[in-house]
Ligand binder design. Sequence first.
Ligand SMILES: [Zn+2]
Length: 66
Amino acid sequence: MRYIPKKHRDPQRAVPAGRCALCGGELYSGSSCWRLCGRILCEDCVLQWVLAELAPYHTVCGEVRK
Ligand SMILES: [Zn+2]
């Protein structure tokens, strides 16, 4: 029997290159992600994490003290 290599990799068999620190979702090589403060976050979680980090600066318009 002869081995014939596949021309295209099967995405279902791809090994994850990492996991999102928030949701635990698998991150694959070449996919978009963010490395913030030593954590790797997926596209779905990065905004939620950034807003939580910026929470101390959150205020209500009209209540800002000088
Ligand atoms: Zn995530």
